[in-house]
Write a protein that binds this ligand. Structure first.
Ligand code: DLL
Length: 460
């Protein structure tokens, strides 16, 4: 007997793709242009900030005749969202806003984002698309360890997994022992969390005498913070899983703006039927077509939403540094390279630009060193130069002699590949703080007012 007549969930491993996933590039760009024109006009009519900014820049929605014309329009920044706190950027009356999310805002007012019912449906569809691309199938059990609440990770991933037809285990972040217990008891097929939190889980399993490679988990869909190919290899080998990337940000939607295909594992495909990406020169952006860089060039990722109703966003500067690459598994949708870092997380050490992901990449190639590390910035008494110390845990099996050789190797490799000298302190396993979501890598201990860089990101 059935209580409601529904189609049974497909037991097949064959993925049924959305029509937009298989469009030709020409068809997709035609759709983008139409949606872009509609979005720009809609934002201009409904959001005073856009009207003001467009008027000041001397552009009008009718100037958008082809996709390249987008470059004439002004950028939107996190500061704009902060200034319009809480609901000034919303394009619909409050009673049409079905949900809000917000960033933690440790360095200022939080940024608030809103969704209509249709926005929530589109969001779930795109997260489902990402999960399916990453190997998750209807009927699978999905352990969701992204944080639930104002952060978009938990509820965003949840809705997508549910829509795909999975059994969702809404675990949220933290309580690592409980996570491990449920992974053992419920036997999920996939886990959704940040890469560093999966590392925490794997580590805690080892300490509890459980082999992380022996669980039921087969897939991990990881995002919300930068991670490297080396970290992928580490997690895949330790946990015997396939790990794919998922990217997104609350101002543009949340998780699901882009997702990686398990068969190629070559970077996340941006769902270009809903978002138009651009890359701009991050450190010298001029409003105008000239500021836009070509595919393959490194710069700051900028997004314009193409379908969002509650919070249309025009040329939002993400501060994420990457490049656009041609589509592969979904040929019409361009991929993004791995995010090297955020422009506001860049360390300037003795004139050299440096990101934590570079240290991760180098450290993980040294077998004696673990992926657990922190970067400490100091300004020693009486010195004019900043100093960076990489504090990194040795692997359990490594002797003190081996770890001092490894420290030397790391120092040399950083000098060769990054171009700057630093200190390396190899510490005992289990002594550095573990992640429970987005991990903080940089500890800026320099006296206030002496940091030669922007304040660390307020995202947590
Ligand atoms: O972190 C949304 C999300 C949740 C994405 C769960 C993926 C999975 P925010 O808190 O607004 O939203 O932070 C967005 O996190 O601008 C990037 O700097 C960083 N980020 C997100 N995904 C990735 C990724 C969510 N796959 C900010 N790789 C973004 C590198 C990422 N960085």
């Amino acid at each position: 007997m059935t209580l409601h007549a529904t189609e049974p969930a497909s037991a097949s491993n064959e993925a049924v793709l959305d029509r937009e996933e298989t469009m030709s590039r020409d068809e997709l760009e035609a759709l983008q242009l139409k949606r872009l024109q509609d979005t720009v006009a809609y934002a201009y009519e409904r959001v005073p900030l856009y009207k003001r900014k467009f008027d000041e820049a001397g552009v009008h929605p009718s100037d958008l005749e082809d996709l390249a014309d987008l470059g004439k329009f002004p950028f939107t920044t996190k500061e704009d969202l902060r200034q319009e706190y809480p609901f000034g950027m919303f394009a619909v009356p409050q009673n049409e806003v079905a949900r809000v999310h917000a960033s933690s805002g440790t360095t200022g007012r939080p940024t608030v984002v809103g969704y209509t019912k249709q926005d929530l449906a589109d969001w779930a569809k795109l997260v489902a698309r990402c999960l399916r691309a990453s190997g998750v199938r209807p009927g699978m059990k999905v352990h969701n360890a992204y944080g639930y609440g104002l952060f978009t990770g938990g509820l965003g991933a949840h809705a997508g997994a549910e829509l795909l037809g999975c059994t969702v285990i809404p675990m949220s972040g933290g309580q690592t022992e409980r996570q491990i217990q449920l992974i053992q008891d419920f036997e999920p097929d996939a886990i959704l969390c940040t890469p560093t939190y999966l590392l925490t889980i794997a580590d805690a399993m080892i300490h509890a005498g459980i082999d992380p490679a022996s669980t039921s988990l087969k897939y991990a869909v990881l995002g919300a913070e930068p991670w490297t190919e080396e970290m992928r290899h580490e997690l895949e080998a330790t946990m015997n899983i396939k790990a794919c990337d998922i990217y997104g940000l609350s101002e543009v939607m949340g998780p699901g703006v882009a997702g990686e295909a398990v068969e190629t594992q070559d970077g996340s495909h941006i769902w270009e039927d809903h978002f138009r990406p651009e890359i701009i020169d991050a450190f010298n952006p001029v409003v105008g077509v000239d500021a836009v860089l070509g595919d393959g060039e490194h710069g700051e990722l900028v997004f314009t939403s193409l379908t969002k109703e509650a919070l249309p966003i025009v040329r939002y500067r993400t501060k994420d540094l990457t490049r656009l690459l041609p589509g592969t598994a979904r040929p019409a949708h361009r991929r993004m390279g791995r995010i090297t870092g955020r422009s506001d997380d860049m360390i300037i050490l003795r004139g050299v630009n440096l990101f934590p992901s570079q240290i991760e990449e180098i450290a993980l190639r040294i077998p004696e060193l673990s992926p657990h590390f922190q970067l400490e910035l100091t300004r020693p008494e009486g010195q004019r130069m900043d100093q960076m110390t990489v504090k990194i845990e040795r692997r359990e099996s490594v002797t003190p002699e081996q770890s001092s050789t490894a420290a030397q190797t790391l120092r040399e490799q950083i000098k060769i590949h990054v171009g700057s000298s630093c200190e390396v302190a190899v510490v005992e396993p289990g002594t550095l703080e573990r992640s429970s979501g987005k991990l903080r890598r940089i500890y800026d201990l320099r006296p206030k007012g002496q940091s030669g860089q922007a304040a660390p990101t307020d995202r947590s």
